[in-house]
Every structure is written in structure tokens, then in C-alpha cells.
Write a protein that binds this ligand. Structure first.
Ligand code: GTP
Length: 597
């Protein structure tokens, strides 16, 4: 395909502004998908993604479009993940493009995610085409949103396209704009191979499938390649494109987007952002922008039935091989037994992994509250990283503690500014900026301890702003902080899996709240249960759960057998998410109670 007829673009949008619906329209208009296939939104591959209605992994589709100038163009649509946890992946997908459609819901306006992604696109020098979607809605206000795009983003919106992805309005105009406004790729077909990896996954037939943007040179079956970050070499077995089903091609050349397989066994070997080059005649330098993704959020995962430990080990190993952003190490908890301390890119990633472990591997798990990685300087000068409260060094050995901070950009209608500022202050935030972007919309910038954000910040932000505020964040640095370890005792036994690290000034409040929450979620037992919170040896809060009097079956005397059995089954059901500690049955809710204070 002649290079000047290629256009590589992606769609950036805030969640729910209509990205997937628009992508479907573009596929439909270029004759790529049949009606039946249309029923499922095509670009969301994983079941889980479809269920949650969010796009997690990038995908690329090649469309052939006959433009009004009579020429046929190759359009490569690169889909980007739509969540703050995955901004590195988004930036690599955007690096594979020359342009982007900026989809903004004309009834809503510019949101944090829109902005974050626009900045990533501008950093990658992309040509941006604003599309105002959902103009069919009576409350759509394209003029106001145009103004917002100009004032907030500083982008000329005079030729923004008015569209309704739902009704199919504006689709052709969008395709023409892609052809006419986005520049064709540059790059030299005769130079040594250089290709950017922007996604990869495991396929049972092909091994690892790698999505790439060809920058220089060409790629064909039989070629020996090298991955520049690790130096590992492989031989290409298959090269192809998604149109939208996977289709083999003889060769991919500079400027194109496609996939290859090379008998690679582990997704971990194909890191997003890495450069593929030729083993014999390598490129001198890799493409810029590569970085290893590091886990930022941690939690303990334990099997409810200890017999499932081996299965859990196999599952996390498998997952590790196929998810470079996931980490694990064995953990032994006095309360929960043997399990794993796992690391994730963010909270959403954590939820997704847990769900996959349960669904795909049939495991029943109990998870501890998420935590972050602290840096603890010891009196003897040693520095240790601690992501598990159970491994917190004794107080007398600690010289200083540092914790990770993020910079949060929050966008909100002006009515909620006061409430959001109170929330940020509650969470130990430091205000950096407050700006009226328009008379109605405010941007707040705060530096916040990541540990506070991990707890319940997003939920609170949504509830304080009745769903209207949105937020994006990036990691800043480590800062010294007065942190202490709060221990929980149940009937005098410490429960390591319930310990947490808290700020000194909040320890009393948190301790009291947690203990009273635990009193609510731990069911009554046949004996008295005493719950205590302590810092070091000092007890700061105490609650008791009185013993249960009646047997569950007592009220069934004289009743029929099925009713009795039902009750017993119900009780068994309730036990599924329980762990017994000594004799006390502790439900999963207890381990997450800290999140709901
Ligand atoms: P994520 O995949 O979560 O990032 O969302 P998205 O941006 O892909 O949004 P999606 O296409 O799933 O659309 C979100 C909702 O908006 C769906 O219920 C769509 O039916 C609806 N929607 C999309 N485009 C339009 C439109 O032009 N008009 C109207 N009225 N609704 C639309």
C-alpha cells in the first residue's frame, strides 16, 4: 500500500462519551462488519470488558475507505484503553498514530479523562479532530462544548464535526476528515526494521500475538527479530492484520499497523512500548518512550479453602507470565494461611485480576484491603520497601517513613468545589491550583498521598459531586510522613491481615471506626468476641460482640425437613467467604471494612 494512502488514528474520549459506538459506525460504513457481528461491540475483546462496559486493552482494525477523491485509503483504527490506571498503554497506542478523533459528549462537555488523553495525544504530536457526539440528545449543547474545547484545551473547534454515533449522523464527514486532515505516516521502508509494540496477548494457537506499528523497514514470515529491551530473539511465523478478523499478509511495511506471531510463549516477553528490530541488522536505537510498568497497589489474595493453594499458585504464575504489570510473592498470614501478596497497576487492574482468577481458574478467594508501597528508613541506615502492613518494622527501628504521592487533576461543576476541597483536605491533600476553566467548570489540582486515594477517594469524589466530578492522576514522588501501624486483635489474637498503616493524626479515628465496623460485619458466635485496635501495645479502641443464644435450627423444631435443609444450605452459602480465625468466623467484608470508613 502506498504510504501516502495510509492513515493511523485512534479515538480518545471520556468513558461513556461514545467511543465504542462510533468505532462500530466506522466499521459498518467501511463494510467491515455484518449486522450480526454488530450486535456485540466489536472492539472490546474480553468478556470482562464487555460486561463492565469499559475498554481495557488496545486493539487495531484496518479499514479500507474509498474517499470522495476516488482513491482508496488504508485506515488503521487503534483503540485505546479508557481508564486512568492504563495511561502508559494509552500513550503507547497514541504513539502508533498520526492523528486522533477527540470524541466529546455534546450534552456533557470536557471531562478529566478527555483532557488527560488529549495531553498525551499532543505530546505525541497528533493531529486532533474534535467530534461532538450525541447531538441527537435534546440536552446537547454543541456551541457550549465547542467553547469548552477552545477554552480548556486550547484547540480550534470551529471545524468540529457534529455527530451522533447512535443515529449514524456525521460518520462520512469523520472519515473524510481522517483522510484529509491526518497526515500519512513517515518512515523508511528500506531502513533497518523498527516497530513499536503497543499491545500483546496470548492466543492458544499462535502463541503470543503482538500488535505493532511499523516505523521503519519491513516484517515478514521467516525473519529473525530481536526485542530491544531484553535482547531476546525470535523467528516470525505469521504476519497479519485485523480487518476486522485476523487475516494473514505477506509483509508489513513502514507506516502500517498489524500483528505478528513468532512462537513467543509468554506475554511478559513482549512489553508494551518495546521496539522490535531485525536480529541480523538491528536498528541503532530503540524508539523513545519505553518504560517498564510497575505495580503500584498491593493486596493479599488467599484461598478460602486451603486446599486451593496449589491451584492459586498455578493461576498467579500463569497470570504473571501474561501480564507484565502484575507481580506476586508468597505470603504467609497467621490469620489467613498461605496465599500471595500481589501487585497491580491500579485499583481497576486489581479488580480485574481478582475477577479473572475467580472466573477463569474457578478459585474462591479472600482479599485484604489494598495498600501502597512505603519506603521505610531504618535507624541503622538501611532503606526497606514495605507494601504489606504485616511486614512493617518495629517502631523503635524506624527512623523515617516516606509514602508515594500523586498529583490529581479534578474537574467539576462549580457547585461541588467546596465539598471536593473538604474531601481533599480530609485526605491530607495539598492544594496546588484552583482555576475556573469556564464560568461553570473548575479545575482543582491537589497533591495527595496515594494511600488515601486507594482507600475510597473515587467513590467519595463521585458521591460528593453527585457523579459530576472526574479525575485523573499521575505519580509524583515519595514524601516523608508520620505513619504508624494499627493492629487489630480479635479475642486477644492479632489478625495480621487486618493491620494497616495510617497517618498518626488519624490513627485514633480510624481505629475506632474500624473496630465498630468489624463489630457490624463479624457474625455473632456461640461465645463472646472482643475486638480491639492498638498502636504498639496501646489499645485505642474496643468493642464486644455478645454471644449468640439460639441455634439456627432451633426455630425449625417440628418444621419440615426441606426447610431445615434450606437453612443449613443458606448457612453454608454464608460461609463461603469466611475464614475462621481460631474459632471466630471472619467474613470477607471484615478485610475490606477499612475501605468503608
Ligand atoms: P467506554 O468503552 O466505557 O470508554 O465507553 P465509550 O466511550 O465507548 O461509550 P459507548 O460507545 O459504550 O457509549 C456509551 C453510551 O452512550 C451507550 O449507552 C451508547 O448507546 C450511548 N451513545 C453513544 N453514542 C451516542 C449518540 O450519538 N447518541 C446517544 N443518544 N447516545 C449515544
Amino acid at each position: 500500500f502506498p504510504q501516502e494512502k495510509i492513515r493511523n488514528f485512534s479515538i480518545i474520549a471520556h468513558v461513556d462519551h461514545g467511543k465504542s459506538t462510533l468505532a462500530d459506525r466506522l466499521l459498518e460504513k467501511t463494510g467491515m462488519v455484518s449486522e450480526r457481528e454488530m450486535r456485540e461491540q466489536f472492539l472490546d475483546r474480553l468478556d470482562l470488558e464487555r460486561e463492565r462496559g469499559i475498554t481495557i486493552k488496545a486493539q487495531a482494525v484496518r479499514l479500507l475507505y474509498k474517499a470522495k477523491d476516488g482513491e482508496t485509503y488504508q485506515l488503521n483504527l487503534i483503540d485505546t484503553p479508557g481508564h486512568v490506571d492504563f495511561s502508559y498503554e494509552v500513550s503507547r497506542s497514541l504513539a502508533a498514530c498520526e492523528g486522533a478523533l477527540l470524541v466529546v459528549d455534546a450534552s456533557q462537555g470536557v471531562e478529566a479523562q478527555t483532557l488527560a488523553n488529549v495531553y498525551l495525544a499532543l505530546e505525541n504530536n497528533l493531529e486532533i479532530i474534535p467530534v461532538l457526539n450525541k447531538i441527537d440528545l435534546p440536552q446537547a449543547d454543541p456551541e457550549r462544548v465547542k467553547k469548552e474545547i477552545e477554552e480548556i484545551i486550547g484547540l480550534d473547534a470551529s471545524d468540529a464535526i457534529l455527530a451522533s454515533a447512535k443515529k449514524g449522523i456525521g460518520t462520512e464527514e469523520i472519515l473524510e476528515a481522517i483522510v484529509n486532515r491526518i497526515p500519512p505516516p513517515k518512515g523508511d521502508r528500506n531502513a533497518p526494521l523498527k516497530a513499536l509494540i503497543f499491545d500483546s496477548w496470548y492466543d492458544p494457537y499462535l502463541g503470543v500475538v503482538v500488535l505493532i506499528r511499523m516505523v521503519d523497514g519491513c516484517l515478514y514470515p521467516g525473519q529473525k527479530i530481536k526485542l530491544m529491551s531484553t535482547g531476546k530473539e525470535f523467528e516470525i511465523t505469521k504476519v497479519g492484520v485485523f480487518s476486522p478478523n485476523p487475516t494473514s499478509v505477506d509483509m508489513l511495511v513502514a507506516g502500517e499497523v498489524g500483528f505478528f506471531a513468532a512462537g513467543i510463549k509468554e506475554v511478559r516477553d513482549t512489553k508494551i512500548g518495546d521496539t522490535v528490530t531485525e536480529a541480523e541488522n538491528p536498528a541503532r536505537e530503540p524508539l523513545p518512550g519505553f518504560r517498564e510498568v510497575k505495580p503500584m497497589v498491593f493486596c493479599g489474595l488467599f484461598p478460602i479453602e486451603s486446599e486451593q493453594y496449589d491451584e492459586l499458585r498455578e493461576a498467579v504464575e500463569k497470570l504473571w507470565l501474561n501480564d507484565p504489570a502484575f507481580s506476586y510473592e508468597p505470603e504467609n498470614s497467621a490469620a489467613l494461611g498461605f496465599g500471595f501478596r500481589c501487585g497491580f497497576q491500579g485499583l481497576l487492574h486489581m479488580e480485574i485480576v481478582q475477577e479473572r482468577l475467580e472466573r477463569e481458574f474457578g478459585l474462591k478467594l479472600i482479599s485484604t484491603a489494598p495498600s501502597v508501597r512505603y519506603r521505610v528508613e531504618l535507624v541503622d541506615g538501611e532503606i526497606v520497601e514495605v507494601e504489606n502492613p504485616a511486614h512493617w518494622p518495629p517502631r523503635e527501628k524506624i527512623a523515617r517513613v516516606l509514602e508515594p504521592y500523586i498529583r490529581a487533576e479534578i474537574y467539576t461543576p462549580k457547585e461541588y468545589v467546596g465539598a471536593i476541597m473538604r474531601l481533599c483536605e480530609e485526605k491530607r491533600g495539598v492544594q496546588k491550583d484552583l482555576r475556573y476553566l469556564t464560568p461553570q467548570r473548575v479545575q482543582l489540582i491537589y497533591d495527595l498521598p496515594f494511600s488515601e486515594v486507594v482507600l475510597d477517594f473515587f467513590d467519595k469524589l463521585k458521591s460528593y459531586s453527585r457523579g459530576y466530578a472526574s479525575m485523573d492522576y499521575s505519580f509524583l514522588d515519595y514524601r516523608p510522613s508520620e505513619l504508624v501501624k494499627l493492629d487489630i486483635y480479635i479475642n486477644k489474637q492479632p489478625v495480621d491481615a487486618l493491620s494497616l498503616i495510617v497517618h498518626k493524626d488519624k490513627a485514633y479515628y480510624r481505629g475506632r471506626e474500624l473496630v465498630s465496623k468489624l463489630r457490624e460485619v463479624i457474625p455473632r458466635q456461640l461465645f463472646e468476641v472482643v475486638i480491639q485496635a492498638a498502636i504498639g501495645s496501646k489499645v485505642i479502641a474496643r468493642e464486644r460482640i455478645p454471644p449468640m443464644r439460639k441455634d439456627v435450627l432451633a426455630k425449625c423444631y417440628g418444621g419440615d425437613v426441606t426447610r431445615k435443609r434450606k437453612l443449613l444450605e443458606k448457612q453454608k452459602e454464608g460461609k463461603k467467604r469466611m475464614k475462621s480465625l481460631g474459632q471466630v468466623e471472619i467474613p470477607q467484608e471484615a478485610f475490606l471494612a477499612i475501605l468503608r470508613i
